[in-house]
Design a protein around this ligand. Structure first.
Ligand SMILES: [Zn+2]
Length: 460
Protein backbone atom coordinates (compact mmCIF):
# COMPACT_ATOMS: atom_id res chain seq x y z
CA UNK A 1 0.00 0.00 0.00
CA UNK A 2 1.24 3.44 -0.95
CA UNK A 3 0.09 6.11 1.46
CA UNK A 4 0.80 9.72 2.33
CA UNK A 5 -0.46 11.69 5.32
CA UNK A 6 -0.46 15.50 5.05
CA UNK A 7 -0.64 16.92 8.56
CA UNK A 8 -1.75 20.30 9.84
CA UNK A 9 -2.49 22.05 6.53
CA UNK A 10 -5.35 24.45 5.90
CA UNK A 11 -7.63 22.14 3.92
CA UNK A 12 -9.90 24.14 1.60
CA UNK A 13 -12.40 22.17 -0.50
CA UNK A 14 -14.99 24.58 -1.94
CA UNK A 15 -17.21 21.77 -3.31
CA UNK A 16 -17.69 20.47 0.24
CA UNK A 17 -17.65 23.91 1.87
CA UNK A 18 -14.62 22.87 3.90
CA UNK A 19 -12.01 25.31 5.21
CA UNK A 20 -10.28 23.93 8.29
CA UNK A 21 -6.80 23.15 9.59
CA UNK A 22 -6.61 19.39 9.64
CA UNK A 23 -5.02 16.24 8.18
CA UNK A 24 -5.54 14.56 4.83
CA UNK A 25 -4.76 10.92 4.09
CA UNK A 26 -4.03 9.51 0.63
CA UNK A 27 -4.00 5.74 0.13
CA UNK A 28 -3.32 4.06 -3.21
CA UNK A 29 -3.96 7.17 -5.25
CA UNK A 30 -7.29 8.05 -3.65
CA UNK A 31 -8.39 10.44 -0.90
CA UNK A 32 -8.85 8.06 2.06
CA UNK A 33 -9.74 10.46 4.89
CA UNK A 34 -9.95 14.16 5.68
CA UNK A 35 -10.14 15.44 9.25
CA UNK A 36 -9.19 14.53 12.79
CA UNK A 37 -9.48 10.79 12.18
CA UNK A 38 -7.13 10.77 9.17
CA UNK A 39 -3.97 10.23 11.25
CA UNK A 40 -5.52 7.30 13.12
CA UNK A 41 -6.52 5.68 9.83
CA UNK A 42 -3.04 6.04 8.32
CA UNK A 43 -1.14 2.77 7.79
CA UNK A 44 1.94 2.42 10.02
CA UNK A 45 4.28 2.82 7.05
CA UNK A 46 2.53 5.92 5.64
CA UNK A 47 4.82 8.72 4.56
CA UNK A 48 4.13 11.87 6.57
CA UNK A 49 4.47 15.46 5.42
CA UNK A 50 4.03 18.36 7.83
CA UNK A 51 2.24 21.00 5.75
CA UNK A 52 1.46 23.43 8.54
CA UNK A 53 1.13 26.94 7.11
CA UNK A 54 0.21 25.71 3.62
CA UNK A 55 -3.13 25.52 1.87
CA UNK A 56 -4.16 22.00 0.84
CA UNK A 57 -6.79 22.08 -1.90
CA UNK A 58 -8.16 19.94 -4.73
CA UNK A 59 -5.71 19.73 -7.62
CA UNK A 60 -6.04 22.81 -9.82
CA UNK A 61 -7.52 22.41 -13.32
CA UNK A 62 -6.57 24.62 -16.28
CA UNK A 63 -9.02 24.13 -19.13
CA UNK A 64 -7.17 26.26 -21.67
CA UNK A 65 -3.64 25.06 -22.50
CA UNK A 66 -1.77 24.72 -25.80
CA UNK A 67 0.51 21.67 -25.56
CA UNK A 68 1.55 22.03 -29.23
CA UNK A 69 1.85 18.28 -29.72
CA UNK A 70 1.44 16.85 -32.33
CA UNK A 71 3.25 18.90 -34.89
CA UNK A 72 4.69 21.96 -33.12
CA UNK A 73 7.05 20.32 -30.68
CA UNK A 74 9.70 23.01 -31.08
CA UNK A 75 7.40 25.23 -28.98
CA UNK A 76 6.22 22.69 -26.38
CA UNK A 77 5.64 18.96 -25.95
CA UNK A 78 3.27 16.92 -23.82
CA UNK A 79 6.22 16.22 -21.52
CA UNK A 80 7.36 19.86 -21.10
CA UNK A 81 3.83 21.33 -21.06
CA UNK A 82 2.65 18.98 -18.34
CA UNK A 83 5.87 19.65 -16.40
CA UNK A 84 5.04 23.37 -16.54
CA UNK A 85 1.50 22.57 -15.38
CA UNK A 86 2.76 20.56 -12.41
CA UNK A 87 5.19 23.35 -11.48
CA UNK A 88 2.30 25.80 -11.62
CA UNK A 89 0.19 23.73 -9.22
CA UNK A 90 -2.05 22.14 -11.86
CA UNK A 91 -3.02 18.46 -11.74
CA UNK A 92 -5.32 18.47 -14.79
CA UNK A 93 -5.27 20.42 -18.02
CA UNK A 94 -7.34 20.57 -21.18
CA UNK A 95 -5.26 20.87 -24.36
CA UNK A 96 -6.52 22.90 -27.31
CA UNK A 97 -7.00 21.29 -30.74
CA UNK A 98 -5.07 23.78 -32.93
CA UNK A 99 -2.14 21.43 -33.36
CA UNK A 100 -0.74 20.05 -36.64
CA UNK A 101 -2.78 18.12 -37.58
CA UNK A 102 -5.70 19.69 -35.75
CA UNK A 103 -7.59 17.49 -33.29
CA UNK A 104 -10.47 16.81 -35.68
CA UNK A 105 -10.37 13.00 -35.82
CA UNK A 106 -10.60 10.21 -33.25
CA UNK A 107 -7.08 9.12 -34.23
CA UNK A 108 -5.47 12.37 -33.12
CA UNK A 109 -7.38 12.27 -29.82
CA UNK A 110 -6.10 8.71 -29.28
CA UNK A 111 -2.54 9.79 -30.11
CA UNK A 112 -2.60 12.57 -27.49
CA UNK A 113 -4.16 10.31 -24.86
CA UNK A 114 -1.53 7.67 -25.56
CA UNK A 115 1.43 10.08 -25.40
CA UNK A 116 0.04 11.78 -22.29
CA UNK A 117 -0.40 8.50 -20.46
CA UNK A 118 3.33 7.77 -20.93
CA UNK A 119 4.86 11.24 -20.77
CA UNK A 120 2.34 13.42 -18.98
CA UNK A 121 3.11 14.53 -15.44
CA UNK A 122 -0.52 15.61 -14.95
CA UNK A 123 -3.91 14.49 -16.26
CA UNK A 124 -4.43 15.60 -19.85
CA UNK A 125 -7.95 16.02 -21.21
CA UNK A 126 -8.46 16.80 -24.87
CA UNK A 127 -10.65 19.40 -26.57
CA UNK A 128 -11.65 18.50 -30.12
CA UNK A 129 -12.18 20.87 -33.03
CA UNK A 130 -15.59 22.24 -34.00
CA UNK A 131 -14.74 22.28 -37.70
CA UNK A 132 -12.44 20.21 -39.89
CA UNK A 133 -8.89 21.53 -39.74
CA UNK A 134 -10.30 24.45 -37.68
CA UNK A 135 -11.09 26.06 -41.02
CA UNK A 136 -14.60 27.15 -40.07
CA UNK A 137 -16.21 25.58 -43.14
CA UNK A 138 -17.36 22.05 -42.41
CA UNK A 139 -18.21 20.41 -39.08
CA UNK A 140 -15.70 17.99 -37.58
CA UNK A 141 -17.11 14.52 -36.74
CA UNK A 142 -18.37 15.64 -33.33
CA UNK A 143 -19.93 12.28 -32.38
CA UNK A 144 -16.79 10.32 -33.09
CA UNK A 145 -14.67 12.90 -31.23
CA UNK A 146 -16.96 12.46 -28.22
CA UNK A 147 -16.60 8.66 -28.42
CA UNK A 148 -12.82 9.15 -28.55
CA UNK A 149 -13.06 11.00 -25.25
CA UNK A 150 -12.93 14.76 -25.89
CA UNK A 151 -14.35 16.84 -23.02
CA UNK A 152 -15.32 19.87 -25.13
CA UNK A 153 -15.09 21.19 -28.68
CA UNK A 154 -13.56 24.49 -29.78
CA UNK A 155 -11.82 26.05 -32.78
CA UNK A 156 -9.65 28.05 -30.36
CA UNK A 157 -7.15 30.28 -32.07
CA UNK A 158 -9.90 30.67 -34.63
CA UNK A 159 -13.61 31.44 -34.38
CA UNK A 160 -16.44 29.99 -36.47
CA UNK A 161 -17.69 33.04 -38.41
CA UNK A 162 -20.70 31.45 -40.09
CA UNK A 163 -23.54 31.71 -37.58
CA UNK A 164 -25.59 28.93 -39.20
CA UNK A 165 -22.63 26.56 -39.00
CA UNK A 166 -22.13 27.51 -35.35
CA UNK A 167 -25.80 26.80 -34.73
CA UNK A 168 -25.43 23.31 -36.22
CA UNK A 169 -22.31 22.72 -34.12
CA UNK A 170 -24.29 23.63 -31.00
CA UNK A 171 -27.15 21.33 -31.98
CA UNK A 172 -24.75 18.39 -32.41
CA UNK A 173 -22.86 19.27 -29.23
CA UNK A 174 -26.08 19.27 -27.28
CA UNK A 175 -26.99 15.85 -28.67
CA UNK A 176 -23.62 14.52 -27.51
CA UNK A 177 -23.71 16.45 -24.22
CA UNK A 178 -20.50 18.39 -24.92
CA UNK A 179 -19.84 22.00 -23.95
CA UNK A 180 -18.76 24.24 -26.83
CA UNK A 181 -15.87 26.59 -26.09
CA UNK A 182 -15.45 29.65 -28.28
CA UNK A 183 -12.59 32.02 -28.97
CA UNK A 184 -14.74 35.13 -29.57
CA UNK A 185 -13.42 37.14 -32.51
CA UNK A 186 -15.36 38.71 -35.38
CA UNK A 187 -12.95 38.61 -38.33
CA UNK A 188 -14.66 41.25 -40.44
CA UNK A 189 -14.41 43.64 -37.52
CA UNK A 190 -10.97 42.78 -36.16
CA UNK A 191 -9.29 42.25 -39.56
CA UNK A 192 -5.51 42.36 -38.96
CA UNK A 193 -5.54 44.17 -35.60
CA UNK A 194 -2.55 43.39 -33.38
CA UNK A 195 -3.36 45.26 -30.16
CA UNK A 196 -6.37 46.81 -28.41
CA UNK A 197 -7.88 49.65 -30.47
CA UNK A 198 -7.59 52.78 -28.35
CA UNK A 199 -5.26 55.54 -27.23
CA UNK A 200 -2.12 53.38 -27.14
CA UNK A 201 -2.66 51.76 -30.55
CA UNK A 202 -2.90 55.28 -31.98
CA UNK A 203 0.22 56.48 -30.16
CA UNK A 204 2.20 53.39 -31.22
CA UNK A 205 0.91 53.28 -34.79
CA UNK A 206 -0.27 49.67 -34.47
CA UNK A 207 -3.47 48.34 -36.02
CA UNK A 208 -6.33 48.09 -33.52
CA UNK A 209 -8.28 44.98 -32.40
CA UNK A 210 -11.45 46.63 -31.05
CA UNK A 211 -13.22 45.35 -27.94
CA UNK A 212 -16.44 45.14 -29.96
CA UNK A 213 -14.77 42.48 -32.13
CA UNK A 214 -15.02 40.19 -29.09
CA UNK A 215 -18.35 41.48 -27.77
CA UNK A 216 -20.13 40.84 -31.08
CA UNK A 217 -19.34 37.13 -30.89
CA UNK A 218 -20.16 36.91 -27.17
CA UNK A 219 -23.59 38.34 -28.06
CA UNK A 220 -23.91 35.86 -30.96
CA UNK A 221 -23.03 32.97 -28.66
CA UNK A 222 -25.61 34.04 -26.08
CA UNK A 223 -28.32 34.15 -28.77
CA UNK A 224 -27.33 30.73 -30.13
CA UNK A 225 -27.10 29.14 -26.66
CA UNK A 226 -30.58 30.43 -26.00
CA UNK A 227 -31.84 29.11 -29.33
CA UNK A 228 -30.29 25.63 -29.11
CA UNK A 229 -30.05 24.99 -25.37
CA UNK A 230 -26.40 23.96 -25.81
CA UNK A 231 -23.81 25.24 -23.34
CA UNK A 232 -21.43 27.84 -24.78
CA UNK A 233 -18.32 28.72 -22.84
CA UNK A 234 -16.68 32.00 -23.93
CA UNK A 235 -12.90 31.74 -23.74
CA UNK A 236 -10.39 34.31 -22.42
CA UNK A 237 -12.80 37.25 -21.98
CA UNK A 238 -10.97 40.57 -22.14
CA UNK A 239 -13.59 43.29 -22.66
CA UNK A 240 -15.95 45.09 -20.30
CA UNK A 241 -18.85 44.67 -22.74
CA UNK A 242 -18.34 40.90 -22.83
CA UNK A 243 -18.60 40.72 -19.04
CA UNK A 244 -21.75 42.84 -19.06
CA UNK A 245 -23.40 40.68 -21.76
CA UNK A 246 -22.49 37.48 -19.92
CA UNK A 247 -23.77 38.80 -16.59
CA UNK A 248 -27.13 39.70 -18.09
CA UNK A 249 -27.49 36.37 -19.94
CA UNK A 250 -26.59 34.25 -16.92
CA UNK A 251 -29.14 36.12 -14.84
CA UNK A 252 -31.77 35.04 -17.36
CA UNK A 253 -30.60 31.42 -17.11
CA UNK A 254 -29.00 31.16 -20.56
CA UNK A 255 -26.50 28.23 -20.58
CA UNK A 256 -23.36 30.34 -21.05
CA UNK A 257 -20.18 30.71 -19.03
CA UNK A 258 -16.86 32.50 -19.29
CA UNK A 259 -13.23 32.34 -18.35
CA UNK A 260 -10.55 34.95 -17.73
CA UNK A 261 -6.74 34.83 -17.91
CA UNK A 262 -4.33 36.47 -15.46
CA UNK A 263 -2.66 38.62 -18.15
CA UNK A 264 -5.99 40.26 -18.95
CA UNK A 265 -6.76 41.07 -15.32
CA UNK A 266 -3.19 42.18 -14.52
CA UNK A 267 -1.85 44.06 -17.55
CA UNK A 268 -3.33 46.70 -19.86
CA UNK A 269 -2.66 47.91 -23.41
CA UNK A 270 -0.29 50.57 -22.01
CA UNK A 271 2.18 47.69 -21.49
CA UNK A 272 2.76 47.58 -25.26
CA UNK A 273 4.24 51.08 -24.92
CA UNK A 274 6.88 49.73 -22.52
CA UNK A 275 7.33 49.30 -18.79
CA UNK A 276 7.73 52.96 -17.88
CA UNK A 277 4.54 54.00 -19.67
CA UNK A 278 2.64 51.05 -18.21
CA UNK A 279 3.66 51.67 -14.59
CA UNK A 280 2.88 55.37 -14.74
CA UNK A 281 -0.46 54.90 -16.54
CA UNK A 282 -1.88 51.71 -15.00
CA UNK A 283 0.60 50.33 -12.45
CA UNK A 284 -1.64 51.16 -9.51
CA UNK A 285 -3.97 48.36 -10.65
CA UNK A 286 -1.35 45.77 -9.69
CA UNK A 287 -1.11 44.36 -6.20
CA UNK A 288 2.14 45.32 -4.48
CA UNK A 289 3.05 48.07 -6.91
CA UNK A 290 2.21 50.99 -4.63
CA UNK A 291 4.37 49.66 -1.81
CA UNK A 292 7.25 48.55 -4.05
CA UNK A 293 7.22 50.44 -7.38
CA UNK A 294 10.95 50.06 -7.96
CA UNK A 295 10.74 46.28 -7.47
CA UNK A 296 8.81 45.82 -10.69
CA UNK A 297 10.69 45.34 -13.95
CA UNK A 298 10.79 47.50 -17.04
CA UNK A 299 10.67 46.45 -20.67
CA UNK A 300 10.86 48.21 -24.04
CA UNK A 301 7.95 49.39 -26.20
CA UNK A 302 6.74 46.91 -28.83
CA UNK A 303 7.85 43.91 -26.70
CA UNK A 304 6.13 40.97 -28.39
CA UNK A 305 5.66 39.15 -25.08
CA UNK A 306 2.79 41.60 -24.58
CA UNK A 307 1.07 40.47 -27.78
CA UNK A 308 -1.77 38.01 -27.32
CA UNK A 309 -5.20 37.30 -28.73
CA UNK A 310 -7.49 38.80 -27.51
CA UNK A 311 -5.14 41.66 -26.73
CA UNK A 312 -4.43 43.43 -23.44
CA UNK A 313 -7.16 46.03 -23.03
CA UNK A 314 -7.78 49.29 -21.19
CA UNK A 315 -7.68 49.76 -17.41
CA UNK A 316 -11.48 49.97 -17.48
CA UNK A 317 -11.70 46.54 -19.17
CA UNK A 318 -9.20 45.09 -16.67
CA UNK A 319 -11.40 46.37 -13.84
CA UNK A 320 -14.55 44.92 -15.44
CA UNK A 321 -12.93 41.47 -15.75
CA UNK A 322 -11.88 41.65 -12.07
CA UNK A 323 -15.44 42.68 -11.14
CA UNK A 324 -16.84 39.79 -13.21
CA UNK A 325 -14.58 37.35 -11.37
CA UNK A 326 -15.54 38.86 -8.01
CA UNK A 327 -19.31 38.72 -8.55
CA UNK A 328 -19.28 35.22 -10.08
CA UNK A 329 -20.14 36.24 -13.65
CA UNK A 330 -16.82 34.68 -14.69
CA UNK A 331 -16.54 31.31 -12.95
CA UNK A 332 -13.26 30.03 -14.31
CA UNK A 333 -9.63 31.18 -14.45
CA UNK A 334 -7.25 29.66 -16.99
CA UNK A 335 -3.87 30.49 -18.51
CA UNK A 336 -4.30 30.24 -22.30
CA UNK A 337 -0.71 28.95 -22.02
CA UNK A 338 0.54 29.54 -25.57
CA UNK A 339 4.25 28.77 -25.98
CA UNK A 340 6.23 30.11 -28.94
CA UNK A 341 9.94 29.83 -29.80
CA UNK A 342 12.26 32.80 -29.25
CA UNK A 343 12.93 33.15 -32.98
CA UNK A 344 9.20 33.42 -33.66
CA UNK A 345 8.67 36.18 -31.10
CA UNK A 346 11.91 38.07 -31.86
CA UNK A 347 10.45 39.92 -34.86
CA UNK A 348 8.52 43.17 -35.40
CA UNK A 349 5.32 43.43 -33.35
CA UNK A 350 3.11 43.10 -36.44
CA UNK A 351 4.70 39.79 -37.45
CA UNK A 352 5.01 38.05 -34.07
CA UNK A 353 2.56 35.26 -33.24
CA UNK A 354 -0.07 35.96 -30.58
CA UNK A 355 0.24 34.32 -27.18
CA UNK A 356 2.28 33.94 -24.00
CA UNK A 357 3.11 31.14 -21.59
CA UNK A 358 1.16 31.24 -18.35
CA UNK A 359 0.94 28.03 -16.34
CA UNK A 360 3.76 28.93 -13.96
CA UNK A 361 2.56 32.43 -13.00
CA UNK A 362 -1.18 31.83 -13.09
CA UNK A 363 -1.78 30.99 -9.44
CA UNK A 364 0.45 33.79 -8.13
CA UNK A 365 -1.09 36.50 -10.31
CA UNK A 366 -4.60 35.31 -9.41
CA UNK A 367 -3.76 35.41 -5.71
CA UNK A 368 -2.31 38.91 -6.09
CA UNK A 369 -5.10 40.41 -8.16
CA UNK A 370 -8.06 38.69 -6.45
CA UNK A 371 -7.14 37.41 -2.97
CA UNK A 372 -4.53 39.89 -1.74
CA UNK A 373 -6.68 42.76 -3.01
CA UNK A 374 -9.61 41.26 -1.07
CA UNK A 375 -11.89 40.80 -4.06
CA UNK A 376 -12.26 37.07 -3.32
CA UNK A 377 -11.62 34.84 -0.32
CA UNK A 378 -9.37 31.81 -0.79
CA UNK A 379 -12.22 29.33 -1.07
CA UNK A 380 -14.00 31.31 -3.80
CA UNK A 381 -10.71 31.75 -5.67
CA UNK A 382 -9.89 28.02 -5.45
CA UNK A 383 -13.40 27.21 -6.74
CA UNK A 384 -12.51 28.95 -10.04
CA UNK A 385 -9.63 26.49 -10.53
CA UNK A 386 -11.36 23.33 -9.26
CA UNK A 387 -15.08 22.71 -8.84
CA UNK A 388 -16.15 25.22 -11.53
CA UNK A 389 -14.07 23.80 -14.42
CA UNK A 390 -14.80 20.22 -13.25
CA UNK A 391 -18.54 20.91 -13.37
CA UNK A 392 -18.37 22.50 -16.83
CA UNK A 393 -16.34 19.57 -18.20
CA UNK A 394 -18.33 16.95 -16.23
CA UNK A 395 -15.07 15.64 -14.76
CA UNK A 396 -15.13 13.55 -11.63
CA UNK A 397 -12.46 15.86 -10.19
CA UNK A 398 -12.12 19.16 -8.38
CA UNK A 399 -12.90 18.09 -4.80
CA UNK A 400 -11.22 16.30 -1.90
CA UNK A 401 -14.17 14.02 -1.19
CA UNK A 402 -13.25 10.58 0.20
CA UNK A 403 -12.79 8.11 -2.65
CA UNK A 404 -11.86 10.77 -5.21
CA UNK A 405 -8.58 10.63 -7.14
CA UNK A 406 -5.86 12.07 -4.93
CA UNK A 407 -5.14 15.15 -7.06
CA UNK A 408 -3.97 17.68 -4.51
CA UNK A 409 -2.29 21.08 -4.76
CA UNK A 410 -0.30 22.58 -1.89
CA UNK A 411 0.31 26.30 -2.02
CA UNK A 412 1.48 29.16 0.13
CA UNK A 413 -0.69 32.26 -0.44
CA UNK A 414 1.97 34.55 1.08
CA UNK A 415 5.25 33.21 -0.30
CA UNK A 416 7.18 36.02 -1.98
CA UNK A 417 9.25 35.05 -4.99
CA UNK A 418 10.67 36.41 -8.21
CA UNK A 419 9.65 34.70 -11.45
CA UNK A 420 12.70 33.96 -13.58
CA UNK A 421 13.72 31.51 -16.26
CA UNK A 422 14.92 29.11 -13.55
CA UNK A 423 11.27 28.71 -12.53
CA UNK A 424 10.32 27.52 -16.00
CA UNK A 425 9.68 23.94 -17.07
CA UNK A 426 8.01 24.99 -20.33
CA UNK A 427 10.08 24.62 -23.49
CA UNK A 428 9.36 28.28 -24.32
CA UNK A 429 10.09 31.55 -22.55
CA UNK A 430 7.55 33.96 -24.02
CA UNK A 431 6.23 35.31 -20.73
CA UNK A 432 5.87 39.02 -19.96
CA UNK A 433 6.24 38.28 -16.23
CA UNK A 434 9.97 37.41 -15.95
CA UNK A 435 11.51 39.57 -13.26
CA UNK A 436 8.20 40.20 -11.52
CA UNK A 437 7.97 40.02 -7.73
CA UNK A 438 5.06 37.68 -7.04
CA UNK A 439 3.18 36.92 -3.85
CA UNK A 440 1.80 33.42 -3.35
CA UNK A 441 2.45 30.29 -5.32
CA UNK A 442 2.41 26.52 -5.51
CA UNK A 443 4.57 24.45 -3.18
CA UNK A 444 3.82 20.89 -4.32
CA UNK A 445 1.58 19.13 -6.82
CA UNK A 446 0.24 15.63 -6.21
CA UNK A 447 -1.44 13.76 -9.07
CA UNK A 448 -3.24 10.50 -8.28
CA UNK A 449 -1.29 10.25 -5.03
CA UNK A 450 2.05 10.62 -6.84
CA UNK A 451 4.29 13.67 -6.41
CA UNK A 452 4.29 15.33 -9.82
CA UNK A 453 6.27 18.34 -8.66
CA UNK A 454 7.87 18.93 -5.30
CA UNK A 455 10.84 21.21 -4.83
CA UNK A 456 13.82 20.02 -2.81
CA UNK A 457 13.33 22.36 0.15
CA UNK A 458 9.93 20.90 1.09
CA UNK A 459 10.17 18.08 3.65
CA UNK A 460 9.33 14.83 1.91
ZN1 LIG B 1 -7.99 31.69 -28.10
Amino acid sequence: MNSLLLTGGRVIDPANRLDVSTDLLIVDGKIAAVGATAAAKAPADAERMDVNGLVVCPGLIDLHVHLREPGQTAKETIATGTAAAARGGFTSIVCMPNTAPAVDTAGTVALIHERASHLGLVNVFVAGAITKNIAGEELAPIGSLKRAGVVAITDDGHCVQNHALMRHALEYARMFDLPVFDHCQDYSFVTDGVMHEGYWSTVLGLRGWPAAGEELIVARNILLAELTGAHVHCQHLSAAGSVRLLREARKRGVPVSGEACPHHFTLTDAAVAGGEKFWSADGRGIFGFESNPSGFPSWPAYDTNFKMNPPLRSARDREAVLDGLADGTIEIICSDHAPHCDYEKEVEFDYAPFGITGLETELALSLMQLYHTQRLNLSDLIAKFTVAPARLLRLNKGTLGVGMDADVTLFDPDREWLFDKGNTSSKSFNSPFYGWPLKGGPVATIVGGRKAWIPAEIPA
